[in-house]
Design a protein around this ligand. Sequence first.
Ligand code: SAH
Length: 365
Amino acid sequence: MSSIEAKTNLLNLDRLAMQEFFLAHGEKPFRATQVIQWIHQYAVDNFDAMTNLGKELRTRLKGIAEIRTPEIMQDQVAADGTRKWLLRLDDGNAIEAVFIPEEDRGTLCVSSQAGCTLNCSFCSTGHQGFNRSLTVAEIISQLLVANRALGRDPKGERIITNVVLMGMGEPLLNFDNVLPAIRIMLDDFAYGLSRRRVTLSTAGIVPMMDRLHTECPVSLAVSLHAPNDTLRSELVPLNKKYPIHELLEACRRYCADSPRSRVTFEYVMLAGVNDSVEQAQELVQLLADVPAKVNLIPFNSFPQTHYQRSSKEAIDRFRDVLIEAGLTTITRKTRGDDIDAACGQLAGQVQDRTRRSQRLALKTG
Ligand code: SAH
């Protein structure tokens, strides 16, 4: 192994892991706090700039550690200000992160895997197949790179105020790396985001929802998309493993110890598939005893899909049924679709290892 390969990428370490790293090298654990601040608060990527470390330690660090983010391959800005970065990973894959500016906040949508194994029928990432899970460094780098590019507002506050793990991949199938990355997001010496402002979206990996709840309860979004098992299993094949009643039980457990917390249920609006008034009523019944909010997502198209977006009338009608029943419901605004940055459009460049993309191309081609 060359000396370059042997270096520890400090972006893989949350504070506790960083403390262990310094201890293992005979240094004081408080160095971890200093270095985390340099890396994540000041976006510094060379050890010489870390002036409170002492020259000897800096030289030593250069030999054993590095701060390496993926390279930016593309940086696009949509007409509505949405911005998308394509980041090249070491192994030829590329992933996407999206910044969505709004009046009162700036949200970064972060990917957790190169591709996805779940194969939801309406999702572009699923059609790309799957290569691998991202490392902690690759996940947190998305926030680092985006923060660096966006800078701060005139008051010195960060432009990115919220993070959603809603990009490529299923975050709860990469729990071991997603967890430290979230811890860095929450760390006051790094990004200092509150739990409310970090949202993890899952298709419903039930046992991992419980682990997230125990180990790091951030805001939870669940991709529901259908009011019954028959339809949901068609749209989200994972439903066969964790059917709706188990999923909703897990959602109740997730909210049990904090009376104000609610799960956001995502529901993609597919014309003629899941958007009828009857289905809205069925959804109301289903969510009757779950602390819930609903996000309706107008379907975003991509090549090789046979689905169509529900009409505005259908979406409004559906929403009204939910609201009249007392469910907090919003329709998610479509953002950045002119640069393929909208929900479900993130594809990156995935070296598919599942041959799924090949099979789908044969079927549709
Ligand atoms: N795997 C996680 C994280 C992805 S989040 C999950 O399933 O929740 C991305 C969100 O966008 C999910 O709710 C997903 O179902 C939704 N989505 C996927 N494809 C879409 C499309 N073509 N149009 C609109 N929303 C889509």
